[in-house]
Design a protein around this ligand. Structure first.
Ligand SMILES: [Mg+2]
Length: 429
């Protein structure tokens, strides 16, 4: 007896782990990765979390600890992270034809047709192989649905008895126990406001939601929450296209109607995805720090040459403005495009989202940049309004080829914080 299962492989403290692969002296010590432009913490090692350093902490507040050698801060290197992410994906693709990146450090993997014992053994193999072949530590959660796989992954990470690998079956005491002790806020796609409304109905844990009547949930809340409830019961009903988590990632991608190797068609697709992604950012009041662009050939067409690259471009500053986002995505596409391949799919992921309101605190703020931002906000809200009234895609942005406002490889174009940290690091090496 075998059921379709889906695995979620999540890299631990991904940006920090990437840095550690090349600088083993950073193992076991508190490490943070900084945004290059506004100088705040965007990734933390577990040791840094233990010290109580929050995401978004400005660099200058940590200066003293850095000087004392208590912590290490690195500037971000998105090029490296994009490359390591591709390597992790390649290891997983050796194992399964159904690998879908969910974000730069999380991938869904189809496990079809195995019995329970084999599923567990394969999960452990994945866990070991990714570490061994890429140097990146991961956790593996496997379950009948994406929502349960997310929960399994969380358990694999948080509960020592799982040692990084948790396989959950739809109907089991183990699944029940886990759901009973999972607050709703930790369930995939259940936001804070929803948690409060559900609490009024006496629904407080993942198990409560699983036991609620799905039709009632749909009537009182939404179809989306009904799907979540069904997924908790073990019935798959969420696919990759309706799974954005506000404030974490935004992905827009689509398969082409037919395979294409035409640069102009790819450019058009990437432009649309980037623009739609920026709209989503504005809808949820977030800014993105980086843009990931990917292309996919059809793995089932082994008669054709295979090439499924991805690359990350950093934005000069966190933004929700379609123009720099579209420009960065186009530049990234140009970087990975190779003629002679026929692509099935193209997509854009917006990474490292931050609350738009927090941006007001940016250290680089000058009256000039404030005026620019206002102008950009007015333009973008006009754009969104027109597109809402007259249909998506009514007003579109052209490609600005020579816009120098951002650069793909800008990890070395370092503002002073970064330069200082790097000096410090090399002195200690
Ligand atoms: Mg992760």
């Amino acid at each position: 007896m075998s059921h379709p299962m889906i695995g979620l492989v999540d890299c631990n403290n991904f940006y920090v782990s990437c840095e550690r692969v090349f600088q083993p002296r950073l193992e076991g010590v508190p490490v943070g990765v900084m945004s290059n432009n506004d100088g705040c913490v965007i990734a933390r090692s577990s040791e840094l979390k233990t010290l109580g350093v929050e995401m978004g902490t400005p660099a200058f507040q940590l200066q003293q600890w850095v000087n004392q050698g208590r912590i290490h801060l690195l500037s971000s290197n998105y090029e490296l992270y994009g490359d390591m992410s591709a390597r992790v994906r390649e290891v997983l693709e050796e194992f399964s034809a159904g690998v879908e990146p969910y974000s730069i450090d999380e991938m869904f993997v189809r496990f079809d047709g195995f019995d329970a014992a084999t599923t567990l053994a394969l999960s452990r193999t994945l866990y070991r192989n990714v570490r061994q072949f890429t140097g990146i530590p991961v956790c593996v959660g496997v379950a009948p649905t994406r929502t349960l796989a997310k929960l399994a992954n969380r358990a694999a990470k948080k509960l020592p008895e799982y040692a990084g690998v948790c396989v959950l079956h739809g109907e089991s005491d183990e699944t029940r126990r886990l759901l009973e002790c999972t607050p709703l806020g930790n369930v995939w796609g259940v936001g804070r406001r929803l948690v409060e409304r559900l609490a009024l109905q006496g629904i407080e844990t993942a198990w409560d939601l699983r036991c609620a009547d799905p039709k009632t949930i749909r009537r009182r809340f939404s179809v989306t929450l009904e799907r979540t409830a069904r997924e908790l019961q073990g019935t798959p009903c969420i696919d990759m296209n309706d799974t954005d988590e506000p404030r974490q990632r935004i992905m827009t991608s689509r398969s082409f109607g037919r395979l294409t190797g035409e640069m102009s068609e790819l450019q058009e697709a990437i432009r649309q995805h980037a623009q739609r992604g920026a709209e989503k950012l504005r809808e949820q009041a977030s800014h993105a720090r980086a843009v990931l662009v990917f292309l996919k050939t059809n793995r089932h067409r082994q008669d054709l040459a295979q090439y499924s690259p991805s690359i990350v471009a950093e934005l000069t500053e966190p933004t929700d403005d379609s123009r720099p986002i579209v420009a960065a995505a186009q530049q990234a596409l140009a970087e990975i495009y190779r003629p002679g391949y026929r692509f099935m799919k193209a997509g854009v992921m917006l990474l490292d989202l931050v609350d738009a309101n927090r941006e007001q605190l940016s250290l680089l703020d000058t009256p000039d940049s404030a005026a620019d931002r206002e102008r950009s906000e007015r333009l973008m809200s006009t754009l969104d309004e027109l597109n809402q009234k007259m249909g998506r895609g009514t007003v579109r942005l052209g490609v600005r080829r020579h816009d120098a406002a951002w650069q793909l490889r800008c990890a070395h174009r370092t503002p002073r914080w970064t330069t200082q940290w790097e000096e410090l690091l090399s002195a200690k090496a």
